[in-house]
Write a new protein. Structure first.
Length: 116
């Protein structure tokens, strides 16, 4: 079992930056392939970024590539999403997800609002 808690969201002007954190509890965090997703009002939840259990591989949605960076610190049971060059269309609730084999564990989400 893995419990996830996101933080770091907030209100920022376009062009600004935020750093999201996702802290996990549970002994299996290091086995998690972690991902960031987001859901804007009236839209489906979408993939943003993923990072392998070792941190050696990262993947990004085209819409955030070169602006967002995912990282992890297994010693702190934490993953991060550094978001630079934020745009109003990045406004959404951001969720982290742990995948272990076929099981998914979600956090409760953190709101990111980008004003124009």
């Amino acid at each position: 079992q893995v419990q996830l808690v996101e933080s770091g969201g907030g209100l920022v002007q376009a062009g600004g930056s935020l750093r999201l954190s996702c802290v996990a509890s549970g002994r299996t965090f290091s086995s998690c392939n972690m991902g960031w997703f987001r859901q804007a009002p009236g839209k489906e939840r979408e993939f943003v970024a993923a990072i392998s259990w070792s941190g050696g591989s990262t993947y990004y949605a085209d819409s955030v590539k070169a602006r967002f960076t995912a990282s992890r610190d297994n010693a702190k049971n934490t993953i991060y999403l550094q978001m630079n060059g934020l745009k109003p269309e990045d406004t959404a609730v951001y969720y982290c997800r742990c995948t272990i084999l076929t099981r998914f564990y979600w956090g409760q989400g953190t709101q990111v609002t980008v004003s124009s």
